[in-house]
Design a protein around this ligand. Structure first.
Ligand SMILES: [Zn+2]
Length: 336
């Protein structure tokens, strides 16, 4: 409802006649009999295949991975580091679908990062910056969604041909590119609020002004004067900073491009999976183990060789789609 991810309306938004990505991940997971635990185990399996330690036994006994029947809980998925050491857990009402398959890898990324820097002095046990913390699992998720990997673990039976690349990238862009303006505007709004630039009477108006400016969205109908639409976003109500997700959206592609280069991948970037690559895993874990002990550009450099936030990795990933869209949109007036 925030227009932050559009992938789930791919089937009604994609141009008619364009083939799909060649498989339906939700249907495949359900057909193969996945349940919440197996989703989580599969997520863990990606990290262990890269050489990282299996999750501790307490993860399985203390995490909440399905919605409890007997009480209300906050179902917004989250990962926790209870003792700043080995007691890592997730809290998630896992359902068997493509979204949650991705989310499992995302949340476990937090736990894997937490364990990697647990040997640092207490004050350095944290992400290089909070964007890093969000990007670890997203980077792994980029591999975990590839047909290359899904075939390797038997979720799908055949890898679709090159005709599936544009649909795959288009669907991916509806999540990853469409997120960027939203990822930016949440804190832009919040900073206006905190600075007093916007007063309470204009909270909602200011919210929709940014929604229109950055996302091209308007409310589906008139909003009453006392409406508070930003409060519907978990991170606003929960007071969780949001720029981290914008940054992570860029970092994850930098991690991914670097990992694929290290793995010697020569095919299209969108098909690269570093599953099972222990050399990449070792280098990645070394970066994670730095925690907050060094400024983030040094952590970034340790794995990618790059010192700056660099969106060219996103451009590289989506290059074939960009070319295709440029042709498709020829003569069209784009914008709002
Ligand atoms: Zn997260």
């Amino acid at each position: 409802m925030w227009g932050q991810a559009w992938g789930n309306i791919y089937d009604i938004a994609a141009p008619q006649g364009l083939p799909g990505p060649g498989y339906d991940l939700t249907a495949s997971l359900q057909a193969k009999g996945y349940d919440a635990t197996r989703m989580m185990k599969t997520g863990e399996g990606f990290y262990t295949a890269m050489g990282m330690a299996p999750l501790p036994e307490t993860f399985w006994s203390r995490s909440m991975i399905t919605r409890p029947r007997d009480r209300e809980v906050v179902c917004h998925a989250s990962a926790w580091d209870v003792d700043n050491d080995q007691d890592v857990r997730v809290k998630m009402c896992t359902r068997v679908n493509a979204d949650d398959f991705y989310t499992v890898h995302h949340e476990l990324g937090h736990n894997v990062y937490q364990r990697a820097y647990a040997k640092q002095p207490f004050l350095f046990r944290g992400g290089a910056n909070d964007g890093f913390h969000e990007a670890i699992g997203d980077f792994v998720g980029l591999s975990a969604l590839t047909p290359t990997y899904l075939k390797q673990i038997g979720v799908i039976d055949t890898v679709p041909g090159p005709e599936a690349d544009i649909p795959y990238l288009l669907k991916m862009s509806m999540d990853k590119i469409a997120f960027l303006p939203f990822g930016l505007l949440v804190d832009k709004w919040r900073w206006q609020v905190f600075s007093g630039q916007v007063d309470p009477a204009h909270y909602n108006e200011a919210w929709w002004k940014l929604r229109t400016q950055y996302q091209g969205l308007t409310p589906p109908g008139p909003r009453p004067a006392d409406a508070f639409d930003p409060g519907a976003k978990f991170h606003v109500a929960d007071s969780t900073p949001y720029t981290r997700y914008f940054l992570a959206q860029v970092y994850q592609f930098q991690f991914y491009r670097a990992a694929c280069r290290q793995a010697g991948w020569t095919g299209p970037l969108n098909r690269c999976s570093v599953y099972g690559d222990k050399a990449v895993g070792q280098k990645f874990e070394a970066m994670m183990a730095m925690g907050q002990s060094k400024p983030w550009p040094e952590a970034l450099e340790a794995f990618t060789g790059e010192k700056d936030l660099d969106a060219s990795a996103i451009a590289d990933y989506f290059a074939p789609l960009n070319l295709w869209l440029t042709q498709q949109n020829k003569g069209q007036q784009c914008g709002w």
